[in-house]
Design a protein around this ligand. Structure first.
Ligand code: RAM
Length: 363
C-alpha cells in the first residue's frame, strides 16, 4: 500500500513540475522580478537561463490586426527553437496615449531583453522608454515609428515605407469614386502615430496632386479601433453628409466595421470605401461588392523579423544602429536605415476580387 502511495506521490510531483515548467515557458508567469534594490542586473542574473525574453505590446488587445502581427513572432521562434525564447503578448484593453506605460514597466520588471511596441502616442511613452533602455532593455517600435521622439527608441520596424501609403490610399479611393466627390476619413485613435502620419500624407496628396482637384475631404472621425465606436462614427457620417460618396478607413478595425454599416444599409456602390484591413476580415465585403479594394502589407512579417533581429544581437554581435545588417530567415537580409527604421516591405499590397481568397487564409 505504502509503495503504491509513494509511486502516486512521485508521479504527482513529476506532473506538477512539468506543468510549472510549461506554464513559465509559455509566458504565463513573470520570468523574474526586480530584487529589493530594484537592480535589474541582479534580476537578470537570477534568470540567466540563456532564454531571450521578448515582449510585444500591441496598441490594445482584441484587435485581430495585432494578433496577426503576433503570429509572426511565433513563426520565427518556432524556426529558431522554442526552448531559446520566452515570448509575452500583453497590452491594454484600450488604446489611449498612456495606456501602455504599465506594460512597458512590467516587461522591464520581468527581465525582458527586448520590448516591441506599437506605441499609442508619439511622445507619451518617452519616460517609460528611457527607463527601460537605462535598465538594459532594447526598445523597438513596431508597425510604425514615433515621429519626433526617435531618440527614445533603439529602432523602428515599419511594415512598409509610410511615404507610399498616403498616395496609394488616395489613388485607390479616387479610382473607386471616378476622381470626384466628397469623402471622409474614419481613423482609429486621435493620437495614433501611424494614423496621423497617413492622414497628413493623404491631405498632402489631395492638396498638391491636380488629379484630385474635384475631390473634397469633409471630416476626419475616430473610431478608436473599437468595432462599435467605428460603426457609430460611420452611421453619424451618413446622417450628417447625405452627399457623402467615399470613405477611407486606414484601420483594420474601422474598415470592416464601416463596411458592415454600408452593407446593412444597402449602400454598396453609392458609398465607395477603401482603407487598410486584414484580408481575412474583409473577404466577405470584397465578395459582395461592398468594398472594391483595400490595401495592407504582411503583419506577421514584422514580428518575424523582430525576433531575428533580437537573435542576431544575441548570437551574431548585431547592435541596432544605422547601417547595421542582420539576416531574417526566409525574408533575407535587412539593414537599419539612417533614420533608424527597418522597412519590412517597401510598398503596400492591394487586395480585391482578383486575389482576396489567396490572402484571406493567411491573415
Ligand atoms: C489598426 C491599427 C494599426 C494599423 C492597422 C492597419 O488596427 O490602427 O496601427 O496599422 O489598423
Amino acid at each position: 500500500m505504502r509503495k503504491i502511495f509513494l509511486i502516486f506521490l512521485i508521479m504527482f510531483l513529476c506532473a506538477a513540475a512539468a506543468a510549472l515548467w510549461f506554464f513559465a515557458r509559455s509566458g504565463g508567469m513573470p520570468a523574474s522580478g526586480l530584487n529589493a534594490s530594484g537592480d535589474k542586473q541582479s534580476a537578470v542574473e537570477a534568470i540567466d537561463d540563456g532564454m531571450l525574453r521578448i515582449c510585444f505590446i500591441p496598441k490594445n488587445l482584441g484587435n485581430p490586426y495585432f494578433e496577426a502581427l503576433s503570429s509572426g513572432f511565433y513563426d520565427a521562434i518556432a524556426e529558431l527553437g522554442e526552448e531559446n525564447f520566452s515570448y509575452v503578448y500583453s497590452g491594454p484593453e484600450t488604446a489611449e496615449a498612456d495606456s501602455q506605460i504599465p506594460y512597458v514597466e512590467e516587461a522591464v520588471q520581468n527581465g525582458a531583453d527586448a520590448i516591441f511596441i506599437a506605441a499609442n502616442s508619439n511622445d507619451a511613452l518617452n519616460d517609460a522608454f528611457d527607463a527601460a533602455r537605462k535598465a538594459g532593455v532594447r526598445v523597438y517600435i513596431i508597425n510604425q515609428d514615433i515621429p519626433g521622439s526617435e531618440a527614445h527608441r533603439d529602432a523602428a520596424i515599419m511594415p512598409v515605407n509610410f511615404d507610399a501609403v498616403g498616395a496609394a490610399q488616395m489613388k485607390l479611393l479616387a479610382e473607386q469614386m471616378g476622381y470626384e466627390g466628397r469623402f471622409a476619413i474614419l481613423s482609429a485613435t486621435a493620437d495614433a502615430p501611424d494614423q496621423n502620419t497617413w492622414i497628413e500624407l493623404i491631405k498632402a496628396e489631395l492638396e498638391n496632386n491636380p488629379a484630385y482637384e474635384k475631390m473634397e475631404l469633409l471630416e476626419i472621425v475616430y473610431g478608436d479601433d473599437q468595432p462599435e465606436k467605428s460603426a457609430a462614427e460611420m452611421e453619424a457620417l451618413l446622417s450628417k453628409y447625405p452627399d457623402l460618396e467615399g470613405v477611407i478607413a486606414p484601420t483594420a478595425v474601422g474598415l470592416p466595421s464601416a463596411c458592415k454599416v454600408i452593407q446593412a444599409r444597402g449602400l454598396a456602390g453609392k458609398i465607395r470605401i477603401i482603407g487598410l484591413g486584414l484580408p481575412s476580415e474583409m473577404a466577405e465585403f470584397v465578395r459582395d461588392g461592398t468594398c472594391g479594394g483595400f490595401q495592407l502589407w504582411n503583419p506577421p512579417y514584422e514580428g518575424y523579423l523582430g525576433v531575428y533581429m533580437v537573435w542576431a544581437e544575441k548570437k551574431q554581435g548585431f547592435s541596432p544602429a544605422p547601417g547595421a545588417r542582420f539576416p531574417a530567415g526566409k525574408l533575407g537580409e535587412y539593414t537599419i536605415l539612417p533614420n533608424g527604421q527597418i522597412l519590412t516591405l517597401t510598398d503596400p499590397m492591394q487586395y480585391d476580387k482578383s486575389n482576396i481568397e489567396k490572402y484571406a487564409v493567411l491573415f
